[in-house]
Design a protein around this ligand. Sequence first.
Ligand code: NI
Length: 255
Amino acid sequence: MLFDSHAHLDDSRFDNDRDEIIKAAKENGLQYILNPGADLSSSVKAVNLAEKHDMIYAAVGIHPHDVKDMDEDTLQILRSLSNKEKVVAIGEIGLDYYYNHSPKEDQRKWFKRQIEMAKEVNLPIIVHDRDANQETFNILNQYNVGDIGCVMHCYSGSVELAKEYIKRGIYISLAGPLTFTNAKKTHEVAREIPLEWLLVETDCPYLTPVPFRGKRNQPAYVKYVAEAIAEAKGMTLEEVAYQTSINAKKLFRIL
Ligand code: NI
């Protein structure tokens, strides 16, 4: 059993072979895929994909890159989408001070508004943090998001910060960069954070793990991330695959 907790299967790079990619995921032991939204149209696409395929679940949300165009109407549409049966989270939401595609004030405002909405509809959140570690932590702490459930997607921060997150009931999700030899910090996170708090993801089509680095990523490759965790912890791939799936099912309340 494997659960890819973050796959952008709605991305246009899968338009020509999406069904084959989903088939390949099944053949490689995946039972679940979570497709997060990044803007309104990808959120709608994620919901449609989830309704079409048993193994796919959706999250709806506006990525920090795209919040510059967000307004309260957008939030209302997300809220109504969140009522759909296969929508199990709000995301991906957060702060990205690396690219700053949206002004920082807008990022902060809409990160908070989407957390408030998640609390109202009682769904967990999927958080994107790039170059905004301290501020992201402060906001999540302020909102006490452990009570709705939260995962730090493609975690790239320190092991110390990861420990503060898990203390607050927040999961850490690891992606392809863990398989890169120079990812020292992330290796430490894989080794030190208890398996009960880890999720695996591809973030496909991005962040392709070794040995396919440089090619388009896909959910079938999530096993390479699980393998890297197994190696860091001295466990078997099966143990890591099983426990990270259980963790994701618990977070997203999938029975
Ligand atoms: Ni993503």
